[in-house]
Write a protein that binds this ligand. Structure first.
Ligand code: COA
Length: 257
């Protein structure tokens, strides 16, 4: 378990809270393990009808913890064996509705997680980005399939390659979210939607979700992405990007071939 992931079950809604506000809810390996546990529980436990992801502090999530990237980059082994991939597999396999409440920054997996949520509420001024190329990495969480599917190739490519953020209003206009509301209404709107979903016929809603997506295909893409991601994570260009973040400077890729 991780002290930075809290869960509680009420009214059929399993709420999963990112609780590492001082680090903008950057996600560590221990947090991924706790997220995987919660998502697996959501599927297995008949008392859970809906899973709701929300966060403490001013950011939904700053994505993968970059200190963890540095440590993992120096650790041999298959990326698919790591906590993050147990979480991703659980997301791919989840056949119950998932809802997200997004305020502030949603970076990396903070955005790609939303592609696995069925209803997404964003703050109008939220900032969403997938700066994998800025970190010399590669897309994950089946986002190489799902983001172009939602946005079209050019918009998705620009988000991946330039790493710039879009705001919540744009996320709504581009089909990444169901609602964009003022920041102070995000949680209440998401809780309300989760309660509505929890009251629907459970088998009907599961079958509806299952028919709308192909869990095996998603997992196959995630595994393919893991190869590119793992190779990049251990590359000199990624190490330069991680060190640049730690040293609060811009990366310099000019001397890397
Ligand atoms: N991994 C580890 N630590 C992180 C982090 C991450 N992904 N994101 C933020 N933090 C830490 C910062 O290092 C800082 O720690 P410190 O107080 O000990 O110096 C603290 O969280 C606050 O972050 P800060 O950068 O000062 O906040 P900000 O409001 O100026 O910027 C972000 C917020 C999210 C825009 C910025 O932190 C950022 O770009 N983070 C990296 C996002 C990223 O690239 N994630 C990986 C995606 S694959």
């Amino acid at each position: 378990m991780s002290e930075h992931i809290r869960t509680h079950l009420e009214g059929g809604v399993l709420t999963v809270v990112f609780d590492r506000a001082d680090k903008k809810n950057a996600i560590t390996q221990a947090m991924y393990a706790a997220l995987a546990d919660a998502t697996e529980q959501a599927k297995a436990d008949d008392a859970v009808r809906v899973i709701l992801f929300r966060s403490e502090g001013d950011s939904f999530s700053a994505g993968n913890d970059i200190a963890d990237f540095i440590a993992l980059g120096q650790t041999p082994g298959d990326l698919v064996e790591m906590g993050v991939f147990r979480f991703l597999k659980a997301l791919a396999d989840l056949d119950k509705p998932a809802v997200a409440a997004v305020r502030g920054r949603a970076v990396g997996i903070g955005l790609t997680l939303l592609l696995h949520c069925d209803m997404v509420v964003v703050a109008e001024d939220a900032l969403l980005s997938v700066p994998f190329v800025n970190l010399a990495l590669a897309p994950e969480a089946a986002s190489s399939l799902l983001l172009p599917r939602v946005l079209g190739h050019q918009r998705a490519f620009e988000l991946f390659a330039l790493g710039e953020a879009i705001d919540g209003r744009t996320a709504l206009a581009w089909g990444l979210a169901n609602r964009a509301v003022p920041a102070d209404q995000v949680e209440a709107t998401a809780v309300d939607l989760a309660a509505k979903l929890a009251a629907r016929a459970p088998n009907s809603i599961r079958k509806t979700k299952a028919l709308m997506r192909d869990a095996e295909a998603l997992w196959a893409v995630m595994q393919l992405e893991a190869q590119a991601f793992g190779a990049q994570m251990r590359s000199p260009e990624a190490m330069e990007a991680f060190m640049a973040f730690s040293q609060k400077r811009a990366p310099d890729f000019s001397k890397l071939g």
